[in-house]
Design a protein around this ligand. Structure first.
Ligand SMILES: O=C(O)CCC(=O)C(=O)O
Ligand SMILES: [Fe+2]
Length: 227
């Protein structure tokens, strides 16, 4: 399941991120890649421990904490500190699957990567190519979103970034360890939660249908949750 989360960052926050990133020391993106994905990868990244990555990462983590759709779709246990990448003309990331486990820099901790995210920091009209292409259970999806918007997809999916042919594509990317490991269960809980929200827009919370569906959601979550 792919989830498009609009307006994770405001236009001002995107502009701030871009200003800070202008001054960052971009390095070869292979620094964080595994063996297979390293061969597939040709882009630039801001170093994990740089002051720019941690300042901007905190802004993104705070925005995610306030975003009900992210919480509902990812059911996050731990979020990897956001990283930042860039594809100039000719750069690309061929098909790969993200590493299953990642060390969190500076935290002496590992996370299991259940959900992958790309938060776009360049508007689509400012570059050509650079689509994120994801092999989903429902077929191949090509994703290119406005700056400030984000896509979530299962870290189990094969994905690639098409070569950029004009301009430069900047984004933040990171992984989430979910309280629900399995994609199909996470999707079912997300769909159920979204439906409950729609019902609650029309019916009082005390309505027996709302009460029953909310109870079923929480009881299902309780059965499946891993913490
Ligand atoms: O740039 C992107 O949108 C995705 C990056 C990616 O797939 C990765 O770093 O593993
Ligand atoms: Fe990836």
């Amino acid at each position: 399941m792919l989830v498009h989360i609009p307006n994770v960052l405001t236009a001002e926050q995107v502009a701030h991120c871009r200003r800070i990133l202008e001054a960052a020391a971009w390095v070869d993106g292979r620094v964080t890649a595994g063996e297979q994905s390293g061969k597939a990868k040709n882009n630039l990244q801001v170093p994990e421990n740089s002051p720019q990555a941690s300042e901007l990462g905190d802004i993104i983590l705070q925005a995610l904490g306030l975003n009900p759709m992210f919480t509902s779709a990812a059911l996050p246990l731990r979020v990897f500190p956001p990283l930042f990448n860039r594809y100039d003309v000719g750069m690309t990331f061929h098909a790969h699957v993200d590493n299953a486990i990642r060390f969190v820099p500076g935290a002496n901790m590992r996370i299991r990567t259940d959900v992958s995210s790309t938060l776009f920091l360049t508007d689509p009209e400012d570059y050509d190519g650079g689509e994120l292409v994801i092999e989903d259970t429902y077929g191949t999806q090509r994703v290119k979103l406005p700056a400030g918007h984000m896509v979530l997809y299962p870290a189990t999916s094969l994905h690639k970034v098409e070569p950029v042919t004009r301009g430069s594509r900047w984004s933040s990317f990171f992984w989430t360890q979910s309280m629900i490991k399995e994609d199909s269960r996470r999707r079912l809980l997300f769909e159920m939660d979204q439906s409950i929200m729609k019902i609650r827009a029309d019916l009082p919370d005390s309505h027996p249908g709302v009460l029953g569906m909310t109870a079923a959601y929480h009881n299902l979550l309780r059965q499946w949750v891993e913490m």
